[in-house]
Design a protein around this ligand. Structure first.
Ligand code: 5GP
Length: 190
């Protein structure tokens, strides 16, 4: 098994702008690929099957778990999210850089499975800005937003466990820095 030097985990609270950063990164560097996760949450307006997620029922997700098809998974605000093995295995074997946009529990599991994966944590400029972004997205109910804000506080506490931390106050700078991290070999710790 590869040690994961081509795996990049990108974590950060909901509303930190991870998806926007990765979309921009892919526009500039299409050779970098993104793992599409499976989820049991409902599709949001503007999302598409196989592009943002593979949308599964709870039963189908649990079946895939049992069959060993999911590399890592978590339960986030009442829904399953997981990385299909098929999104990762062949790509890292071929030396293709793959970005996993996942939360912190998944990040810790990837670190355990692939010690050489690069773990990058992205934060918004402030908690107030995070709250503003979540509310202005207009996709979640007030109750869901409250759940995501509570989870955001827990996630922010995990930032020190990551190899790299980026503040998303300038999209261009953030994308450039992420690209630099992806292309720089990880220095082994001793
Ligand atoms: P959202 O519902 O906003 O798309 O995602 C909620 C959270 O789940 C985000 O932090 C996102 O990065 C995370 N997430 C998405 N896919 C996966 C996955 O496959 N595994 C894990 N552990 N987290 C994921």
């Amino acid at each position: 098994m590869s040690n994961g030097e081509h795996l990049i985990v990108l974590s950060g609270p909901s509303g930190s702008g991870k998806d926007t950063v990765v979309s921009q990164l892919r526009r500039l560097h299409p050779e970098i690929q993104v793992s599409v996760s499976a989820t049991t949450r409902a599709m949001r307006p503007g999302e598409a099957e196989g592009v943002n997620y593979f949308y599964l029922t709870k039963e189908d997700f649990e079946k895939k778990l049992k069959q060993g098809e999911i590399l890592e998974h978590t339960c986030y605000c009442g829904n399953y999210y997981g990385t299909p093995k098929s999104e990762v295995d062949a790509r890292i074997a071929a030396g293709i850089d793959v970005v996993l946009i996942i939360e912190v529990e998944g990040g810790a599991n990837i670190r355990r499975l692939y010690p050489d994966a690069k773990l990058v944590f992205i934060t918004p400029p402030s908690f107030e800005e995070l709250e503003r972004r979540l509310r202005s997205r207009g996709t979640d109910s007030p109750q869901a937003i409250a759940g995501r804000l509570a989870r955001a506080k827990e996630e922010l506490a995990c930032a020190p466990l990551y190899d790299y931390r980026l503040v998303n106050d300038s999209l261009d700078d953030c994308v450039e820095e992420l690209y630099r991290i992806i292309k720089t070999p990880r220095v082994a710790n001793c």
